[in-house]
Design a protein around this ligand. Structure first.
Ligand SMILES: Nc1ncnc2c1ncn2[C@@H]1O[C@H](COP(=O)(O)OP(=O)(O)O)[C@@H](O)[C@H]1O
Ligand SMILES: [Mg+2]
Length: 296
């Protein structure tokens, strides 16, 4: 059963939940559903990669299950682990019962089967997503942060939608979840992983789309100010800065101006609040110089 009727209906639906999508984004989301493939969303920080997965979850009424990746993330935090403490308690209870004469010798086979059963399993996000009965969107966020070996772990899950647990058997998804992987491109991902995914590059939005994002996320802003904000941010991105302002910073800046009661902003006026947009002193100085030059 497919989640979406048409590509425009995806764009429309995302818009309704506050995510401004262009046709490219909507098209990939549409295909991901139809082809039952994960989406690898890659691009600079703050361009709406994580938000896309969240918004698709909201749009489809799905539970969002998030695996936040970091260096050192392993199987026990991504897939599952056994609850050792609970297993130990179970074994101790058995021994106490035996010492008290209640049990006639420990049946180790039965005990083993018991402590490696569901109730001693701690499920982590990937297994959680596979086992879910309800509709799910799985977000594997910032996948470029994990080591190559951990990335390999993802492959079985993403290609077969199943997880093998030696003591329990293979857990298969009853329904294919929508999966989004995001990457800030701090390292190359494996070919094997890329092959399994649809690819979506999210760059800084066009002027029109950024203006729309500002209007969607900062409802109190006037159309005129939203336009000025989008234009100035765009011109700043063309400078050679250490860290170009992202959509997050555009939104922070737009909110700042609204809070300060600013109704209209030009390049010269922008200089007082540059610290909201730029996070390096050298960038702020450079931008101030350039804005001044543009103004003169
Ligand atoms: N197309 C968009 N529509 C609505 N909000 C957006 C869009 N793109 C980015 N944003 C907003 O920008 C901010 C940063 O987005 P986020 O998804 O966290 O970036 P990333 O994961 O790419 O670093 C969020 O507040 C998000 O809501
Ligand atoms: Mg993110």
């Amino acid at each position: 059963m497919s989640r979406f009727e048409t590509i425009p209906s995806v764009a429309q639906g995302l818009g309704d939940v506050g995510y401004v999508a262009d046709e490219g984004i909507a098209g990939v989301v549409f295909l991901a559903d139809r082809l039952e493939k994960p989406v690898l969303v890659e691009g600079p920080a703050g361009t709406g990669k994580t938000q896309l997965a969240k918004s698709v979850a909201e749009l489809t009424g799905s539970r969002l299950i998030r695996l936040q990746c970091y260096e050192g993330l392993d199987e026990s935090k991504a897939l599952y682990e056994w609850n050792y403490r609970k297993q130990l308690l179970r074994i101790q209870a058995e021994q106490v019962a035996e010492a008290g004469g209640a049990a006639a010798g420990t049946d180790w086979h039965a005990l083993e089967a018991d402590i490696f059963s569901e109730q001693f399993l701690l499920t982590r996000p990937l297994l959680e997503a596979i086992r879910a009965d309800e509709p799910v969107v799985l977000l594997v966020d910032e996948v470029d942060r994990v080591e190559l070996e951990t990335e390999a772990l993802l492959l079985e899950v993403l290609s077969e939608y199943q997880v093998s647990i030696p003591e329990l058997g293979t857990v298969r998804a009853t329904q294919v979840p929508m999966v989004f992987l995001t990457s800030n491109n701090t390292r190359e991902l494996s070919e094997a992983l890329k092959r399994r995914c649809l690819y979506l590059h999210l760059d800084y939005p066009t002027l029109e789309r950024e203006r729309e994002i500002v209007r969607a996320k900062v409802p109190d802003i006037t159309g005129e100010l939203a336009d000025q904000v989008a234009r100035i941010v765009r011109s700043l991105r063309s400078l050679e800065l250490r860290k170009a302002p992202s959509v997050s910073e555009t939104l922070d800046w737009a909110r700042t101006l609204v809070v300060l009661g600013v109704e209209s902003i030009d390049a010269a006026g922008a200089r007082d609040t540059l610290h909201v947009l730029l996070k390096y002193q050298s960038d702020i100085e450079r931008a101030a110089r350039e804005l001044l030059a543009a103004h003169a």
